[in-house]
Design a protein around this ligand. Structure first.
Ligand code: NAD
Length: 506
């Protein structure tokens, strides 16, 4: 049933103006906890809109790159202050547009705040290097240079945090950006841009084009005015993005899927491990790229762990994320719910034992949303599809393991490599796992989620293409090195040739 209140009509932000999409059509943004609730109508942008945004960003780049970095940073600092002021409002908007509980959307906005402050600090760092030259009276140094217009394509599960991870380092380094948010969550990016605008970021430096990935994505990727692309999303789409960037030899940063694991050893603090598996497995309804969708448990403690873990999962309160009592919200969409339900069927057919949940939640408080029970499969074989493929929902596979070596083999036996965790009180086991787990992030005595903004974030294998975001690693993607030599000898000096003239050795 449609809402009776006229929905708010949002616009694109191009060249410092809020503008309608050229095609004039719009996409609904509905609350996945209550599909009667229409959070807004967003532009269904066309290739023309994307081109206009790229042109605006290219024009703005001419002057933005020349603004001293500490001055650019002051604008980010101001934006961070504004985000702090509007944190609660933006968190509520985010819960409404994508469903995760308020505590988590507050965390998402906080992550954007942290990233904005952190990158504001980079205004006075961005250190280059100076080094002695091999020749006399010659200076040698290298400095970071911006790339130009950066095309940013973002997913729905971290609607403000991930766009901020990309936008803030790009801006402080002197790039301009065009953001194409996920079709499901444009409101949070709209909010972030409103703040950047209010902070005084000049026209055209940040641009927002909302719309379908299948329309706006290719339009952005084929535009030669886009000098670098940063994409976070599924491995399938990420590969397409990489293929589009390759012929242009354009820098391309891909942050993709995961099939993360928590290992629980026989000496683990079980209460702590259960807490971690509940948070890692069911936080954001299992829709985090770092979600712990697998748990490998030492055989000696397997039954005890499973009993406690399933009891806790069954007691989780699932409901509207705006209700402070809710511990887990809905999944993002009907399509995602269908995927979750199909994997429950796949797991059952594969012979895994359904230990908790397994069903869609319907009726009563769940009648108008896409809710699913927290679900646990036990006695899972590591080769099963439910233990190999990214489900992106509240479904955890518990796998018995013989010991540390087996646990690490199971952990590494998937095509992804984002995050892993081990619960143990044995320092030797912890350090061996830290060395041998082939993931971009490893936690000890903490779940697979909990990244902080000042350290590199990203994964190995099919989780990405080797770049990292966040922390100073982000500076490496959004800039390129320029090496500069200054010869003040007033004569031709030839590197590698005129270097041995130190006189006779005797
Ligand atoms: P998705 O791949 O469906 O969409 C991601 C973005 O790509 C969206 O903005 C979408 O509109 C756009 N897109 C779709 N088709 C496109 C095309 N042909 N060309 C260009 N862009 C296109 O992913 P999603 O469902 O939004 O997000 C979930 C996925 O993201 C999961 O696989 C999850 O693991 C991954 N993810 C990874 C990380 C990480 O840091 N590694 C973080 C969050 C999410």
């Amino acid at each position: 049933m449609a809402t009776t209140v006229a929905p708010k009509l949002y616009k694109n932000y191009i060249g410092g103006e809020w503008v309608d999409a050229r095609g004039g059509s719009a996409i609904e943004n509905r609350n996945p906890a209550n599909t009667d609730d229409l959070a807004g109508m967003f532009p269904a942008s066309t290739a023309e809109d994307v081109a206009a945004a790229v042109d605006a960003a290219a024009e703005a780049y001419k002057t933005w790159r020349l603004v001293p970095a500490p001055k650019r940073a002051e604008l980010l600092f101001r934006a961070a202050e504004l985000l702090v002021r509007r944190k609660e409002e933006f968190s509520r908007d985010m819960t409404r547009e994508m469903g995760k509980v308020l505590a988590e959307t507050r965390g998402d906005v906080q992550e954007a705040i942290d990233m904005t402050y952190y990158m504001a600090g980079e205004g006075r760092r961005q250190f280059g290097k100076t080094t002695p030259s091999e020749l006399p009276n010659k200076a040698a140094m290298c400095v970071r240079q911006p790339l130009g217009v950066c095309g940013l394509i973002t997913p729905w599960n971290f609607p403000m945090a991930i766009p901020s991870w990309k936008t803030m380092p790009a801006l402080v380094l002197g790039n301009t950006v065009v953001i194409k948010p996920a079709q499901e969550t444009p409101l949070s990016v709209y909010n972030m841009l409103e703040v950047l605008n209010e902070a005084g970021v000049p026209r055209g430096v940040v641009n927002l084009v909302s719309g379908a990935g299948s329309t706006c994505g290719p339009a952005m990727l084929k535009n030669s005015g886009v000098k670098a692309v940063s994409f976070t999303g599924s491995t399938e789409v990420g590969i397409l993005v990489g293929e589009e960037c390759a012929p242009l030899l354009r820098p391309c940063h891909l942050e993709l899927g995961g099939k993360n694991i928590i290992l629980v050893m026989d000496d683990a603090n079980l209460d702590l491990a259960v807490d971690g598996c509940i948070w890692g497995g069911f936080g954001t309804s299992g829709q985090r790229c770092t979600a712990a969708s697998r748990v490998g448990v030492h055989k000696k403690i397997y039954r005890e762990f499973l009993d406690r873990f399933t009891a806790r999962a069954k007691s989780l309160k699932v409901g509207d994320g705006l209700d402070p009592a809710s511990e887990m919200g809905p999944v993002i969409s009907k399509k995602q719910l269908d995927t979750v339900m199909s994997y429950v069927q796949i797991g059952t057919n594969e012979g895994a034992k359904l230990a908790a949940g397994g069903h869609r939640l319907q009726g009563g408080p769940w009648a108008k949303g896409w809710f699913h029970e927290p679900t646990i499969f036990a006695d899972v074989d590591p080769g099963m599809r439910i233990a190999q493929e990214e489900i992106f929902g509240p479904v955890v596979s518990v796998i018995p393991v013989d010991g540390l070596a087996h646990a690490v083999d199971v952990a590494n036996g998937v095509k992804y490599g984002l995050s892993s965790a081990i619960y143990t009180r044995n320092v030797n086991a912890a350090f061996s796992a830290m060395r041998d787990l082939h993931t971009g992030i490893v936690y000890v005595n903490a779940p697979t989620i909990g990244a902080e903004t000042h350290l590199p974030f990203g994964g190995t294998k099919q989780t990405g293409n080797g770049h990292r975001e966040s922390g100073d690693a982000a500076l490496d993607f959004y800039s390129e090195w320029k090496t500069i030599y200054v010869d003040y000898s007033d004569r031709l000096q030839r590197a590698q040739i005129d270097t041995g003239n130190l006189g006779p050795a005797e």
